[in-house]
Design a protein around this ligand. Structure first.
Ligand SMILES: [Zn+2]
Length: 382
């Protein structure tokens, strides 16, 4: 074995050690045991009785929220069987309605308006292993919109901060990832409010956008989100990457066929007059690998790939008006340096944690290198 081979093995080993350590639950400087619902639990009575939540509830003008009863789940799936075919509630899960019927509600954002433009989005993060994926995006000078689950932000706060550092747009994707139209008004409010609060706590930004899990939104849910100053973001291209084995039943080849179709659409004029917003996920290694695999071909087939905020010319995607984000022209013109740069102490906390992980990795690495060098020398000598 030559030294070059040895260093290739060591490089692989380093990546493996770091990835594994990042997936080990860690204690951060952020506390979620008070002031938030239990992690990965749908908010309930213990949340609704807090003074904070009652104040939030009072701030909502409930007369502006349509009186639509929550939908039902049957065997874990939405029950569409008794719903009116006239789609009175603009229920996206029924027929992909994105133009609300209740008065005063803004339309959902479901496509980028500019021709040939692909709104690049990834749901369900932050993910404990996403650094390699974020490194890839950074290497491509590519930013995207990340729809973060509040409970994942609580579990992986330093990974959440990486999105801001890398100038991705961060939006809300609920606390516990439920079918939102099946929830009560208080549950809807808490799912949105506490996810936004978690993102503000960790990332120092207050998102003005959210995406419903499974796209499950109707005018009642939209009305509550709108009163929290959040746009409802949907998509018009679904990669179905989340259905891939092991999370679902799709084979890798089936998802490849879907991406091939997207590449074809980019070339055949499907998006000659307006653009797309995709649904992809940073759910697991499979979905993140698929995103990297198809990125070059998608990039070649479309004129522009960018975050939703940029394609919609939303230059202030957060409530913090001192934070600006690149417009469509900023990105197309190549001046994409004005991304989010929130101030606050989290950066130093993040650095501290990263350093500590790196130091541990280095110590492990030095031990491993020593053992391997001894083994190498032994095999050479004997
Ligand atoms: Zn999701």
């Amino acid at each position: 074995m030559g030294f070059i081979s040895l260093f290739i093995i060591l490089g692989t080993l380093i990546a493996s050690v770091i990835a594994q350590q990042q997936c080990v639950p860690y204690t951060s400087n952020y506390t979620f045991t008070t002031g938030f619902p239990p992690i990965w639990v749908k908010p309930g009575a213990e949340t609704f009785t807090t003074a904070e939540f009652q104040q939030v509830n009072k701030s909502i003008n409930w007369s502006m929220v349509p009186n639509i009863p929550p939908n039902k789940l049957v065997n874990g799936a939405l029950d569409l069987s008794t719903y009116s075919t006239s789609d009175p509630n603009c229920w996206w899960s029924y027929k992909n309605c994105v133009t609300p019927k209740a008065p005063g509600l803004k339309p959902d954002i479901s496509r980028c308006p500019e021709p040939g433009t692909w709104g690049l989005t990834y749901d369900d993060g932050p993910n404990c292993t996403h650094n390699e994926f974020y490194d890839f995006l950074k290497g491509q000078n590519q930013t995207a919109t990340m729809y973060f689950i509040g409970s994942n932000v609580a579990d992986w706060p330093y990974e959440a901060q990486r999105a801001i550092t890398d100038k991705h747009q961060v939006c809300v994707h609920t606390w516990s990832h439920p079918y939102m139209t099946t929830l009560t008004n208080d549950e809807v409010l808490a799912e949105l409010f506490y996810t936004r609060k978690a993102i503000k706590y960790v990332c120092k930004v207050t998102p003005l956008c959210w995406r419903p899990p499974f796209g499950d939104v109707d005018d009642r849910v939209r009305a509550i989100a709108q009163q929290l100053n959040m746009t409802t973001d949907i998509w018009n291209l679904d990669s179905n990457d989340f259905r891939m084995i092991p999370a679902g039943t799709f084979t890798s080849a089936q998802v490849d066929t879907i991406f091939e179709g997207f590449v074809e659409m980019g070339k055949n004029g499907t998006f000659a007059t307006s653009g797309a917003i995709t649904l992809q996920h940073e759910l697991n290694n499979g979905t993140m690998s698929k995103a990297q695999q198809w990125y070059p071909q998608i990039k070649a087939a479309y004129k522009h790939l960018m975050p939703v905020a940029s394609c919609m010319n939303i230059t202030h995607p957060y409530a913090e008006t001192n934070i600006t984000y690149p417009s469509f022209n900023d990105l197309v013109g190549g001046s994409s340096t004005s991304g989010n740069n929130p101030s606050g102490g989290s950066g130093s906390n993040s650095s501290k944690k990263s350093s500590s992980v790196s130091m541990t990795s280095c110590i492990s690495l030095i031990s491993t290198v020593s053992i391997m060098l001894i083994a190498q020398l032994s095999s050479t000598l004997f």
